[in-house]
Design a protein around this ligand. Structure first.
Ligand SMILES: [Zn+2]
Length: 160
């Protein structure tokens, strides 16, 4: 079952948006204005927010919104998992900052753009064509996987 949709996270749930992007979900980061947020909703993105006024505005306009009930990141992730079903996307396939789908490269191709140690030790390196960031499997991957296992009760990063 795959029900998860395209989202846009407002600034109040920025951290949730970053976690969902790490899991590979299509979650646009918060724009600078509420009007831009509403435009994204009109274009079909479900707005993730903890702002009750924004929720009312979107609902009145007939636009898609998912009200995030809790402040804590673990409760927020559980809510998204419960209502939308996490686990269908490819983890680490998107830029956690800007949501662009990453391209993957042989370390030799990006040798001048990352630390020599990284180019030597990583089998492949992700690159965001929009904001230019590079991604590789770092040492905190195990901690992230452990956190998700504790919160959601299963492994979503394929590290078990
Ligand atoms: Zn990016």
């Amino acid at each position: 079952m795959r029900e998860l949709s395209r989202f846009i996270a407002d600034r109040m749930v920025d951290r949730l948006g970053r976690w969902l992007r790490l899991l590979g979900e299509d979650v646009a980061p918060a724009p600078t204005s509420t009007d831009d947020l509403c435009a994204a909703a009109a274009a079909g993105r479900v707005v993730l927010t903890r702002d009750t006024r924004l929720r009312a505005r979107l609902e009145t306009a007939g636009l898609p919104v998912l009200f995030v009930e809790d402040d804590r990141i673990d409760d927020q992730l559980r809510q998204i998992d419960r209502t939308c079903g996490l686990g269908g996307a490819v983890p680490f396939s998107r830029c956690s900052r800007c949501n662009t789908v990453l391209t993957f490269h042989d370390p030799a191709e990006v040798a001048g753009e990352v630390w020599p140690h990284v180019a030597r030790t990583q089998p492949r390196i992700g690159h965001c064509p929009t904001c230019g960031r590079h991604y590789w499997q770092a040492s905190h991957l195990g901690r992230m996987a452990a956190f998700l296992r504790r919160v959601l009760g299963r492994d979503l990063l394929g590290t078990a």
